[in-house]
Write a protein that binds this ligand. Structure first.
Ligand code: AFP
Length: 313
């Protein structure tokens, strides 16, 4: 089994990105996993920028990632779903990192799989001028998701090198991610579908029409309500489509462009899939506000094109 560090060398990933992944992010994910396991649940007395009450675990896992990233000196700035504003770290930092520290945290009390989502941008030759505003997801140099489930697994997208699956291997004295599969491809036709925001069918009958069509054609429904395991399912099975449309009560959908949809869309496109907002590729959407939301339809190309044709914005 090839560990993360050896694998990154084999792909000739640049040393700074390897350092960020191997020495900062991977240890942070291992710490987040143990934070989840030792969590006693419950709400903190704070809200996130979307006005949603924060679980103590949202705050604790966010603090883990902020702490690791700040101390690394590699990071110019970070943006978190759990923080109102961008946090400036090192003005000469090579990277800017956007993340959702624990997506699906409302599922932890039911002991369902949850995850971390992250996207990495290069700050280029003039890091002091970097800002997330104006960026597009296509500028990410790296992205990934980590699934905290029966096992802890990680999917990483390296532009030009595809998507690779890693598994956390624990032994008495240490824990390390090892490479288990990749580059992974997503088939053009979907065998599975993950229909998020089913309530949208109430005022968007065309969404119900698409779902019924997939049911009648024998696609298998696989939806947990946690975007990270639901997306990971598409990669592990090599096929599938996840949808989260807008509707009257949420005209821009629920999922965040910077923290969730951009990192996941880079993974999807690097595996030959498609990820769109109903009109254009998610990765081509301009970031105007760090907590900006977008509808998302992603996964197997033919299924995504089909649903976008019906639910065009
Ligand atoms: P939480 O992080 O609040 O649990 O929401 C999870 C999520 O952001 C994403 O993981 C799911 O795909 C989506 O929300 C589910 O949304 P609904 O609760 O509207 O089904």
């Amino acid at each position: 089994m090839t560990n993360l560090s050896t694998f990154l060398n084999s792909l000739k990933i640049d040393s700074r990105s390897s350092l960020l992944l191997n020495n900062v992010l991977a240890p942070a994910f291992i710490k987040i996993r143990s934070t989840i396991e030792s969590s006693k649940g419950g709400f903190s007395d704070t809200q996130n920028s979307s006005g949603e009450k924060q679980l103590k675990l949202d705050v604790a896992t966010n603090n883990v990632l902020v702490d690791f990233l700040e101390k690394s000196q590699l990071v110019h700035s970070l943006a978190s779903e759990e923080l109102d504003e961008v946090l400036k770290c090192n003005e000469r930092g090579d990277f800017a990192v956007a993340f959702d520290p624990l997506d699906g945290s409302s599922l932890v009390d039911a002991n369902m799989a949850v995850g971390t989502i992250f996207g990495v941008y290069s700050t280029g030759n003039n890091p002091e001028n970097f800002t997330f505003i104006g960026q597009k997801g296509r500028n990410q140099v790296l992205s990934g998701i980590v699934v905290y489930g029966p096992k802890t697994t990680m999917l990483l997208a390296f532009p030009g090198h595809g998507v690779h699956l890693f598994e956390l291997v624990l032994n008495n004295s240490s824990a390390e991610f090892v490479h288990v599969n990749g580059p992974i491809s997503i088939a053009q036709d979907a065998k599975y579908f993950a229909p998020g925001n089913a309530r949208a069918c109430a005022d968007r009958p065309e969404y119900l029409e698409v779902i019924n069509d997939w049911i009648n054609r024998g696609l298998t429904l696989r939806y947990s309500g946690g975007m990270v395991p639901d997306i990971a399912h598409i990669f592990v099975k090599g096929s599938g489509v996840l949808t989260y449309p807008s509707y009257s009560a949420a005209p821009n959908g629920k999922l965040r462009l910077l923290f969730e949809c951009n990192p996941i869309s880079l993974l999807i496109e690097e595996a030959g899939g498609v990820s769109a907002d109903g009109n254009i590729a998610v990765l081509d959407l301009k970031i105007n506000e760090i907590h900006q939301r977008t509808p998302i339809f992603c996964g197997s190309k033919n299924a995504v094109n089909e649903v976008c044709n019906k639910l065009r914005r």
